[in-house]
Design a protein around this ligand. Structure first.
Ligand code: ZN
Length: 168
């Protein structure tokens, strides 16, 4: 890669970004790290590819798995060597989830975070729509759901419990 021309480097970066974007969140296997807003940047630095990620929250146990999967995906595409750098600032916010990602969360049965609540309110939550029937007649049952990123809610219309992806 050291003898690559600038145009080659652009092509390598685009390809590396495309490959890195195919990695999914192990906790929500339908949504890519790109649509989740975890994948911040891909650069070709010197003789290696550098992938920059921001964890959804500090100490998220899925991050080591995501890091390993990025390294493996790029290695399989012969885009080595690769380093994965974790950047904690600015902190990840649910506002970074793309429109496609929000739809995928909804289709997976997880209520997407209420828009515009990122960083502002961990506890004060606006009305959360049930991902199954769309009713806003919902109640939080527990502050933590199947993972620490989610809260457990129940729909008072269809009576089904569901995960809400918490804003932060
Ligand atoms: Zn419902």
């Amino acid at each position: 890669m050291t003898s690559a021309t600038p145009r080659d480097l652009d092509a390598i970066r685009d390809e590396a970004r495309r490959v890195a974007s195919t990695v999914v969140d192990p906790e929500i296997p339908v949504i890519s790290i790109a649509d989740l807003g975890i994948l911040r940047d891909v650069v070709v630095a010197g003789d290696h590819v550098e992938v920059v990620i921001t964890p959804t929250y500090t100490g998220c146990p899925a991050m080591n798995m995501i890091k390993a999967e990025i390294e493996q995906a790029l290695a399989e595409a012969h885009l080595e060597p690769v380093t994965v750098r974790t950047v904690l600032s600015p902190a990840w916010t649910t506002d970074w989830i793309t429109e496609k990602g929000r739809q995928q969360l909804h289709d997976y049965g997880i209520a997407p975070p209420v828009r515009g609540q990122g960083r502002t309110s961990l506890f004060a939550v606006a009305r959360v729509a049930c991902p199954r029937c769309g009713s806003h007649d919902t109640t939080q049952i527990a502050p933590f759901g199947s993972t620490a990123c989610k809260a457990l809610w129940r729909c008072d219309s269809c009576l089904e419990p569901f995960d809400y992806f918490k804003c932060h």
